[in-house]
Design a protein around this ligand. Structure first.
Ligand code: URA
Length: 264
């Protein structure tokens, strides 16, 4: 005689089916790859079609959905996943957006551009008038190491300045400029065209590039950050952001450890 109590309980497989039906289906593999920096959707579709992507050890087929919290995705045997819960966004900050979590003047902030959850913070800052690459993450450990002056990764800027910069001023910019908070560390400086400077520094002082250029008589009229350590992205347009790829993250972690000051 069947136990009436047990009859009330749905069989285990039914419980499991109901649970998985209620669960999100995951994201399409090509989208996951694209947002992790493996290339455009088209390029990622080709990676899958070429059999270079595996999910939990099996060669993946196009259209497969994955949950990166539980599925192990590998491209050419390299795992895709980062530490669960940690996110790393590369943003091209537009002019007029502030690099703080909130602004008393009500201006748009960088954290309003990227997803609200999980909450992320900018690593370092760019002036409201400066454009270009900015890293946002909830990985406090890496952010701290990147911001630490002793590990200070290289930051590369393109600066449009007033006038054409002469040899003496270029030398001063390279050797160190006397500012009100001390002399700047040696910098890499070139002038690819008259009035356009490419400046690489590894300090992170307030308005440093603007103050350096002003000190040698060439105020900045436009400033764009084009590289943070190993990170570059000439295709990311102002206001756009994307997640870092695995290789970028690995290179960034190395840079923060003092291994490299940048990959050229
Ligand atoms: N130097 C500046 O002057 N401004 C920035 O935003 C970054 C570096």
């Amino acid at each position: 005689m069947p136990d009436p109590e047990r009859e009330l309980e749905p069989p285990l497989w039914e419980q499991w089916a109901a649970k998985s039906a209620a669960m999100p289906q995951g994201e399409r593999l090509q989208k996951v790859l694209a947002t992790r920096g493996w290339g455009s959707r088209r390029v990622c579709e080709d990676l899958i079609a070429d059999g270079r992507v595996t999910v939990n050890g099996d060669v993946a087929v196009l259209g497969r959905r994955v949950d990166t919290e539980v599925d192990l995705v590998e491209v050419d045997g390299v795992p895709l996943g980062v530490k669960p819960g940690l996110v790393y966004y590369l943003l091209n900050k537009p002019v007029g957006v502030v690099t703080t979590a909130s602004d008393p003047q009500g201006r748009r902030t960088v954290v309003e551009i990227v997803p609200a959850e999980p909450r992320v913070y900018p690593v370092g800052r760019l002036d409201v008038a400066t454009e270009g690459l900015l890293l946002l993450t909830n990985d406090g450990d890496l952010a701290h190491r990147l911001a630490h002056p002793s590990h200070g990764v290289e930051k590369e800027y393109l600066a449009e300045v007033e006038g054409t910069v002469g040899g003496g001023a270029l030398r001063r910019l390279r050797d160190g400029v006397e500012l009100d908070d001390g002399v700047t560390a040696p910098a890499k400086v070139s002038q690819p065209s008259p009035g356009l400077l490419r400046i690489t520094i590894h300090e992170g002082r307030n308005r440093q590039v603007r103050r350096m250029c002003e000190a040698v008589g060439h105020p900045v009229t436009r400033l764009v950050r084009v590289r943070i350590g190993p990170l570059r992205d000439a295709k990311l347009r102002p206001g756009e952001w994307r997640e870092l790829g695995q290789h970028e993250l690995k290179a960034l972690v190395e840079a923060a450890a003092g291994g490299t000051r940048g990959v050229r």
